[in-house]
Ligand binder design. Sequence first.
Ligand code: 8YV
Length: 322
Amino acid sequence: MKPCVAVTRRLPEVVETELAQDFDVRLNSPDITFEPSRLAALLYEADGILCTVTDRFDGSMLSAGSLRTKILANFGVGYDNIETEAARAAGLVVTNTPDVLTEDTADLAVALMLAVARRVGEGERMVRSGEWHGWGPTQLLGTRVHGKTLGIVGLGRIGHAVARRAAVGFHMRILCHTRHPPDRETLDSLGAEYCADLDDLLARSDFVSVHTPATPETRHLIDSRRFATMRQSAFLINTARGDIVDERALIEALSTRQISGAGLDVYEQEPSIARGLLELDNVVLLPHLGSATVQSRVAMGRRATENLRAFFAGRPPPDLIT
Ligand code: 8YV
């Protein structure tokens, strides 16, 4: 008998086909986001669950007892949607899908950096609204990206890939802040400087790009005090997780021009976007597109499948979190 695997969202067709070869799959073809009660029920119905960022598995669901599910194979590198301690305590294995989305997510961070500095969103809105009446020498003047200083908060795989693009492609000076200082070789390969103090990085950066995981320690890491340490000319980019940035403080900083602008792919209460953000022109807003390429999403699906295959074959899953 094949293990029963519930797939909480519609995945690229090739991934669903491959999953069906090894598992008795329960697909979500209409792709409607499951309510918490449906997710809780799945824990009693399936041996494994292939879940995504839109599925929150919290402690109360996971500690309910006598669960059938033995593995949560998360489709994504971030797994803050799962209370991993509770999963571990309940005897569930949790896996993620690192590496395969690094380059595409880094591309999107760079896209946001360029878009906000060069006022791409404002320009597009002007053209679409019929408000563009011809070229002008002072029209929509932006800020040069080339040669500026980029502060990377969290120099993991994605932070590193952003730093590489910025250093090589835009001759940017790279500052980085991480919990554990990177090794000399990593810093040298990027020509980067390590800032032990995040405030120091914020005070010296023209662009700040956030790449830490969302944990209780990083919640509201960038708050009103930290916005006050940033340059007025600076831009904040967030492709990591919404709750790393205090969104209320961000809206205040943007509307009072305490900082110049922001490029966001993630939000505190996805999919709802604070009205304050929608009303501002100096922020570029994307709908969590970081890994949204065919290539990444197929690779993420295959990686999650591989984790499930390994687990049910009695092997350690390659991307074991807990
Ligand atoms: C995914 C992401 O699209 O991998 C992550 O952590 O944020 C995104 O790239 C999302 O997590 C899918 O579950």
